[in-house]
Design a protein around this ligand. Structure first.
Ligand SMILES: [Zn+2]
Length: 253
């Protein structure tokens, strides 16, 4: 997830002052009963009931200051990590940081897959003329890969766990890597193809387990743990690298 909700407060440790961190503050007044606060890489968002005074809002922010600073720092670290990949002309594919290399034309010696101005043999070769569009080409290639590979993988897991979805769809979702609807449809974001295989597995099995339990109850986690005991490792990877799965944030505007 790109945003963090207030439940994080429970986990907050005492941290040092981080006065070097600044962030924009947005206040949205809505028909709601209580104040809520979100922090993401774009800044802080406070949703407040319609008649809340600025004094109350400021006090609310003041109380959460340590948590806000800690979360902003964490977001900044995640953002920096993802940004570095793109600034160095790399992209993630199956968890590997692979370079994009400029070539005069698509070279015949590249035995890998050739797609017009791009070829792949473990690194991405981009013709000189297509270089300005390099990320567009690579992302299209990744989307194609995702369309073929993720449903196949999901089918294997569905058989292995005896949890069959009624339909599978590959989506463009940015922060929800997978979802499961009440009528048994499983959606997976194409972006998962950028994550390591065990992360793809963790998300797929998580959504399949929702076919049986439409919640995050103890029984749900028991089901998940039976099919894929390493699921927590997948969540951890996504926590650390999730932003790198959103090239739109860095190179595709
Ligand atoms: Zn879930």
């Amino acid at each position: 997830m790109e945003s963090e909700g207030l439940d994080e407060i429970d986990k907050a440790n005492k941290t040092n002052e981080l006065d070097d961190i600044t962030a924009s503050l947005n206040i949205s007044r809505e028909r709601r009963r209580s104040l809520v606060l979100y922090v993401n890489t774009d800044g802080i968002l406070v949703k407040a009931p319609l008649r809340t005074s600025m004094k109350e809002i400021n006090q609310f922010i003041e109380e959460k200051q340590q948590w806000i600073k800690r979360t902003l720092r964490k977001m900044k670290e995640r953002d920096g990590r993802a940004r570095a990949i793109y600034e160095n002309n790399h992209i993630l594919y199956r968890g590997l940081e692979l370079p994009l290399i400029k070539e005069e034309g698509v070279n015949e010696r590249n035995a890998g897959m050739v797609l017009g101005d791009m070829s792949f043999d473990g690194v991405f070769y981009i013709s000189k003329k297509a270089w300005p569009r390099r990320y567009e080409l690579v992302v299209n290639w990744l989307k194609q890969k995702a369309k073929h590979e993720l449903p196949a993988k999901l089918n294997e897991w569905a058989r292995a766990c005896s949890l069959e979805p009624t339909k599978t769809r590959i989506t463009n979702a940015r922060t929800v890597w997978g979802s499961c609807s009440f009528d048994g449809h499983v959606n997976l974001s194409w972006r998962l193809i950028m994550a390591p295989d065990y992360v793809q597995d963790a998300v797929i099995v998580h959504e399949l387990a929702h076919l049986k339990h439409k919640n995050h109850s103890r029984r749900f986690y028991e089901e998940l743990n039976t099919c894929f005991p390493a699921y927590k490792k997948g969540d951890e990877w996504l926590e650390t690298w999730g932003l790198a799965l959103i090239p739109e944030k860095y190179v595709l505007k």
